[in-house]
Design a protein around this ligand. Structure first.
Ligand code: ZN
Length: 141
């Protein structure tokens, strides 16, 4: 059985999780936070970068800002998608108002923008608000 590397989204510690435990509520060995929380987690730029570089599972980042109406409208859909994608991907949110240089670093031109990362690379991106079903099929497509 293989093991997956997952970056703790709370403390940024790297964890090795046996594949068979991914669906069983694995926790960070350092801080005890859920590694597969089943809901979007707010991350800072350093944690996002570390997770992008190290994670063995797909990572989907929602670049958003509190002043953006479509972003707020999409938030509950993004939460439902995180639940639907359970042990297959992790969803995170990055507040581009608090972290403006990160939006530039990832070449975010409009928000909300979803960026899917896999094994250290950007796999795809999508600008504009999506429903839960659209998020899930976009990621799988
Ligand atoms: Zn942790």
């Amino acid at each position: 059985m293989g093991a997956k590397t997952l970056t703790c989204l709370s403390c940024a510690q790297l964890n090795r999780v046996p594949e068979e435990k991914l669906s069983k509520g694995p926790k960070c060995g350092s801080c005890g936070a859920a590694l597969m929380p089943g809901k979007p987690v707010d991350v800072d730029p350093a944690t996002l970068q570390k997770a992008v570089q190290n994670d063995d599972l797909p990572l989907v980042a929602d670049f958003w800002a509190p002043w953006c109406g479509p972003c707020r409208a999409m938030a509950p859909e993004f939460s439902k998608a995180a639940k639907a994608l359970g042990g297959k991907a992790r969803l995170v949110k990055l507040n581009t108002q608090d972290h403006q240089s990160t939006g530039a670093r990832y070449r975010i031109r409009g928000i909300p923008t979803l960026v899917a990362f896999e094994r250290g690379k950007e796999k795809k991106r999508q600008a504009g608000a999506l429903s839960q079903g659209q998020i899930v099929s976009w990621l799988r497509g």
